[in-house]
Design a protein around this ligand. Structure first.
Ligand code: SF4
Length: 243
């Protein structure tokens, strides 16, 4: 555990943050506990902070930590309307547990309207376009006017996430992006879940360490990356939110 370095003044506007100072903060947090990083983000960005979750096991841990520090912290998610039934069931359980609803952002087009306009099963022909409409654009709305964005990204989830900074300026959404769990391992995450007796997506017990939309998520095999079941059979590794 370390003391909060916080050399940065709170800012009402993310672009005024100096990347080199953010880099210093990020490096100083390398040995900090996730709760300490979260507390820093909550107090630094205040109402400008948006805490996102996709209801994977890391996202469940992240929201639990945040709500213990600040029970009324806003938690949001992007509902692509293509989640597994098990994911919707988990959302219900979590909302029951915390006695509150999470803020939901959805695509402009329903799945049927998308099929009418772009043809059935766009995800099988142009997954980038599908992710843009069903994830990235709703995320843009979710982060509009925000200064900080907390995510549940972890470095051990995939080779492409191995260099995830704990704190960095994110120019795509014009916010400071904070990843308090970047250094945590799959084992630490599950230990936390069991210690706190948190609900989790039952699909994790059936070979799905990473769970996204139904059409684009498959189980992984022994020894594969935790995200190897996402967009299996294509070069795609990320939906575009974290690129
Ligand atoms: S993960 Fe698949 S179904 Fe979901 S938005 Fe992306 S392409 Fe579409």
């Amino acid at each position: 555990m370390m003391s909060n370095p916080n050399p940065l003044p709170p800012s009402p506007n993310a672009p005024t943050w100096v990347p080199v100072l953010l880099d210093q903060v990020s490096r100083s947090f390398e040995i900090a506990e996730p709760e300490e990083i979260l507390a820093w983000a909550l107090s630094t960005f205040n109402e400008g902070l948006a805490i996102g979750t996709a209801f994977g096991v890391s996202g469940v841990v992240l929201m639990d930590m945040a709500l213990q520090i600040k029970p009324d912290a806003e938690i949001f998610y992007i509902d692509t309307e293509l989640f597994f039934d098990e994911t919707y069931e988990l959302i219900r359980k979590l909302e029951d547990r915390y006695g509150r609803a999470f803020t939901r952002y959805a695509p402009d087009l329903s799945v049927d309207a998308q099929a009418e306009r772009f043809g059935a099963e766009l995800w099988s022909r142009d997954s980038d376009q599908c992710c843009l409409m069903r994830k990235v654009l709703p995320m843009r709305r979710a982060l509009q006017g925000r200064t900080g964005w907390v995510t549940a990204l972890r470095r051990d989830q995939a080779g492409t996430r191995a260099d995830t900074p704990i704190v960095a300026l994110n120019r795509k959404f014009n916010v400071v992006k904070v990843a308090p769990l970047a250094n945590w391992t799959e084992r630490q995450i599950w230990q936390y879940v069991f210690d706190r007796q948190l609900p989790y997506n039952i699909l994790h017990d059936y070979g799905y360490p990473s769970i996204g939309c139904r059409p684009c998520t498959q189980p992984v095999r022994e020894g594969e990356d935790l995200r190897a079941g996402r967009w299996r059979g294509s070069d795609k590794t990320e939906c575009g939110l974290h690129l």
